[in-house]
Design a binder for this molecule. Structure first.
Ligand code: ADP
Ligand code: MG
Length: 379
């Protein structure tokens, strides 16, 4: 892939890049909207992601090219303002540059930048974290800064929270940063603490990207964030992780019904993450699968961040004996469903699921037989 990246950079800028970096997308395995509530999550880095190539310039001009976008964007070092419309993809790396001084690093001035990707974007597989992490590694290298991996993760999240404006937790950036092939990343988001949990060899991931995305998805994500904070406040805690099912049940009557549903989802989802970890360690994929499906039902009914398309796919998948469990992966309101399956689930079964979907919705979901991969790195 590096050869292709260098070739693309050369054809865009007529010279070789000085720095190259890569960061993967991720599957949210279980832990839906638990991260910003201080809970735990399990995710897996994919073997797909975003590559970034970079070369410095003597002037303050910044040029931005992505193989996913038609036109070159230009900006200047002294103008770090947010971009709009077709140029808005640049806000992810620009946000990383804006975050650097907060972490004691001076942002590089002028450069030529190129992004290349084999990850569907807007599918809930966190192409945003992949472009942030790969950009962060490249810019930090250009600035000559040596920082811990955890700091790179924080810089990337800072970009998404404060510049792009999505109040995401640490799941996406944490898994892209700490992923390892054949491992799940477990994060206690309060620390944050990172650990890996071996993925049983018999696990297979199939992803069905619906290519549907609610037009207001960022606003809906922010609304759920707000609703969780309101529920925490009503329960007298800082974050929902600090409450328990018992406290919640006792306070039920005092909470607005919507707040109670959001809080119940988060509290029970955090418990499911813990059970999923134990079941993974015991190699009990049937139990893990049931937790995944229960997570989806909770998103569907309590957190209300699923869609008719995602529910249809989950319903169609879980009746198959080769499927351990299935759930929406990522923030919801569209995007993708992931299924944890045995090796017996293959192309034929995936296409049969896609055919049912096409019959119902008239569109074909994109199918990925996803493999896990390693985390962000300079290449
Ligand atoms: P997800 O993170 O689930 O893919 P987001 O909406 O959070 O969805 O992030 C997708 C956005 O990230 C894209 O709309 C685009 O602005 C940016 N992005 C991701 N990958 C690339 C890429 N290779 N080139 C340009 N922009 C990208
Ligand atoms: Mg994202």
């Amino acid at each position: 892939m590096k050869t292709l990246l260098v070739e693309k950079f050369r054809s865009a800028y007529g010279r070789a890049p000085e720095i190259c970096a890569y960061a993967p997308g991720r599957i949210e395995f279980i832990g839906n909207h638990t991260d910003y509530n201080g809970g735990t999550v399990l995710g897996a880095a994919l073997d797909r992601g975003v590559w970034v190539a970079l070369a410095g310039r003597a002037d303050a001009l910044r040029q931005w090219v992505s193989d996913q976008r038609p036109a070159r964007v230009t900006s200047r070092a002294e103008d770090g303002a947010k971009r709009v419309g077709v140029e808005s993809w640049v806000n992810y790396p620009l946000g990383v540059l804006a975050a650097l001084p907060e972490f004691g690093v001076a942002a590089p001035a002028g450069f030529d930048f190129l992004a290349m990707s084999n990850l569907p974007s807007g599918a809930g597989l966190s192409s945003s974290a992949a472009i942030e992490l790969s950009s962060a590694l490249a810019f930090l290298e250009m600035a000559g800064a040596r920082v811990a991996r955890e700091t790179v993760v924080k810089i990337a999240r800072h970009a998404e929270n404060h510049f792009v404006g999505v109040p995401c937790g640490i799941l996406d950036q944490g898994v892209s940063g700490f992923g390892q092939k054949n491992q799940l990343v477990w994060i206690d988001c309060r620390g944050p603490l990172f650990a890996t949990v071996p993925l049983p060899a018999a696990s297979h991931f199939w992803i069905f990207n619906t290519h549907t995305k609610h037009a207001l998805v960022d606003g809906l994500y922010a609304a759920r964030h707000r609703e969780c904070m309101t529920a925490a406040q009503a329960l007298g805690v800082g974050l929902l992780v600090e409450t328990s099912s018992t406290t919640l049940a006792a306070a039920q009557a005092a909470l607005a019904p919507e707040s109670a549903r959001r809080a119940r989802h988060v509290v029970e989802e955090i418990a499911r993450v813990a059970l999923a970890r134990t079941s993974l360690e015991a190699g009990d994929l049937a139990a893990v699968g049931q937790l995944l499906t229960a997570s989806h039902r909770s998103s569907q009914l309590l957190f209300e961040n699923s869609t008719e398309e995602l529910d249809f796919l989950v319903d169609a998948l879980v009746v198959s004996p080769q499927v351990f469990g299935a759930r929406l992966t990522g923030g919801g309101f569209g995007g993708a469903v992931m299924a944890l399956t045995s090796a017996a689930f293959g192309e034929a079964e995936a296409h049969a699921t896609a055919a049912l979907y096409r019959e119902k919705f008239g569109a074909t979901p994109e199918i990925l037989h996803a493999q896990t991969g390693d985390g962000a790195t300079l290449i």
